[in-house]
Ligand binder design. Structure first.
Ligand code: GDP
Ligand code: MG
Length: 162
């Protein structure tokens, strides 16, 4: 069956914007799963010759737990259910404690991770991606999901890890 890419990251970094760019109109029809909102959560993507499922883990509803607990739970679901993880951070805001907590969890898993630094809408903002090397997840990719920039390189890296 098709491999799965999961999109992980704290709220408001642009996960849903990226998900929509990747799946376009190709939303998947999925079965009910407890604790999971079906709408706009699972989709089908294609890149080059690759076909894959995409999960926007930000759409997974997790009661009233504190943010960090929710993010940990979403990251664990991503690790369990995907073949490659797209970890998205906000290059405008910069590195946060929550990013570091999720990175620690992802580093401990054996799943390949591709790090996307979003909201770098202008070329001169690219240097804001370098601080994210400290997450220990390899080379960051500068992206702008709003403008559709850098997504091709990000997906090249992701599908190369299938
Ligand atoms: P999510 O909570 O991680 O799913 O984030 P969303 O996709 O809902 O985006 C959160 C906010 O960031 C929205 O207002 C988006 O329009 C904005 N956003 C997403 N991608 C970009 C980007 O590349 N550049 C900028 N400047 N804003 C973005
Ligand atoms: Mg979202």
């Amino acid at each position: 069956s098709k491999p799965t890419i999961a999109i992980v990251g704290r709220p408001n970094v642009g996960k849903s914007t990226l998900f929509n760019r990747i799946v376009g109109g190709r939303l998947a029809i999925v079965e009910d799963k407890p604790g999971v909102t079906r709408d706009r959560l699972y989709g089908n993507g294609t890149w080059l010759t690759h076909e894959f499922h995409v999960i926007d883990t930000g759409g997974i509803e997790l009661s009233d737990e504190p943010l960090l607990q929710q993010m940990r739970a979403q990251a664990e679901i991503a690790v369990d259910e995907s073949d490659v993880i797209l970890f998205i951070v906000d290059g405008k805001t910069g590195l946060t404690d929550a990013d570091e907590a999720v990175a620690q969890l992802l580093r401990r898993s054996s799943k390949p991770v591709v790090l996307g630094v979003n909201k770098l809408d202008h070329y001169k903002q690219r240097n804001q991606m370098y601080e994210f090397y400290s997450l220990g997840l390899g080379d960051p990719y500068a992206i702008s999901c709003a403008h559709g920039q850098g997504i091709g390189d990000l997906l090249d890296a992701a599908v190369s890890k299938f």
